[in-house]
Design a binder for this molecule. Structure first.
Ligand code: PGA
Length: 266
């Protein structure tokens, strides 16, 4: 696991965008796993800038989003499909048919979840998966207690997640209670994972996930089992890590001696 503690949110976002840019230059038909929430907004802004100013090409990219609220159609302004349209898809040249966001308005959830898993497999698997981390340690909507082998399925949200996300809705009661989400097992099959976290509110859960035991009580701790994970934090989110000085030392030494290895060793 490579842990990069950057100074600011913008630096965190730029570093992640740079890794995606290199992936797309190496393989223009890359399969990207994408996340919603406030954390990756800066990353998406930077990708849009790279597209507009440097011609970064998304025309062959295939995308899979992590999750979607149950009951919200793609046109709903709080659906994750809508979020992705507004924050990324409408501003780059991604091919609409290559976009996959779990469908929250589906009739047969089990059939849909299996279809979603099959589509990921048919696309050849996810090359880079972007993740945020929830205040309760969730990745996607894998709330505490989610099996570390779980696949795409329906999940009930925790009270903490509902409270965290209530800021986007008029009333807490409007926040959907269920979501369709990729499982922890689905996420762990991505070839590379980049997890982002910023702000002091995330510091304790980040420390639990990265330096605590691997446990289904903190879904993000499962990333310790993956051979190629890069965690990029801002200074606030990284401030309670016990080995923060060591991670910074590693990063600076790499930057000094072998800059090409940043984001490539675990
Ligand atoms: P946030 O959400 O980016 O809005 O903090 C992260 C998450 O819940 O995964």
């Amino acid at each position: 696991m490579e842990i990069i503690i950057s100074e600011t949110y913008d630096e965190m976002s730029r570093l992640a965008a740079d890794m995606i840019k290199h992936q797309l230059l190496k393989k223009p038909s890359s399969v990207l796993g994408l996340a919603t929430g406030s954390t990756p907004v800066g990353l998406y802004k930077e990708l849009i800038r790279l597209h507009k100013e440097q011609g970064l090409d998304f025309s062959q990219v295939i995308t899979f989003n992590l999750d979607e609220y149950l009951g919200l159609p793609p046109s709903h302004d709080q659906s994750y499909h809508y979020f992705m349209d507004q924050n990324l898809f409408h501003h780059v040249n991604v091919t609409p048919n290559n976009i996959h966001v779990p469908y929250g308005h589906t009739e047969d959830i089990e059939e849909f979840c299996q279809w979603y898993e099959d589509q990921i497999e048919r696309a050849g698997g996810i090359d880079i998966q972007i993740l945020g981390i929830g205040g309760d340690g969730h990745i996607a909507f894998n709330e505490p207690g989610s099996s570390l082998g779980s696949r795409t399925r329906l999940k009930t949200l925790t009270k903490q997640t509902i409270d965290d996300n209530a800021r986007f809705f008029e009333n807490e009661a409007d926040v959907p209670r269920f979501a369709v989400t990729m499982g922890v097992g689905t996420i762990l099959e991505a070839r590379k994972i980049i997890m982002l976290a910023n702000g002091a509110k995330k510091a304790d859960i980040v420390a639990q996930a990265l330096e605590g035991p691997v446990t289904a009580q903190v879904s993000a701790s499962a990333l310790q089992l993956h051979p190629d994970v890069v965690v990029i934090l801002d200074a606030e989110a990284g401030k309670t890590l016990r080995r923060a000085d060591y991670y910074k030392w590693v990063y600076n030494e790499k930057k000094r001696l072998i800059p090409g290895m940043i984001g490539k060793t675990t």
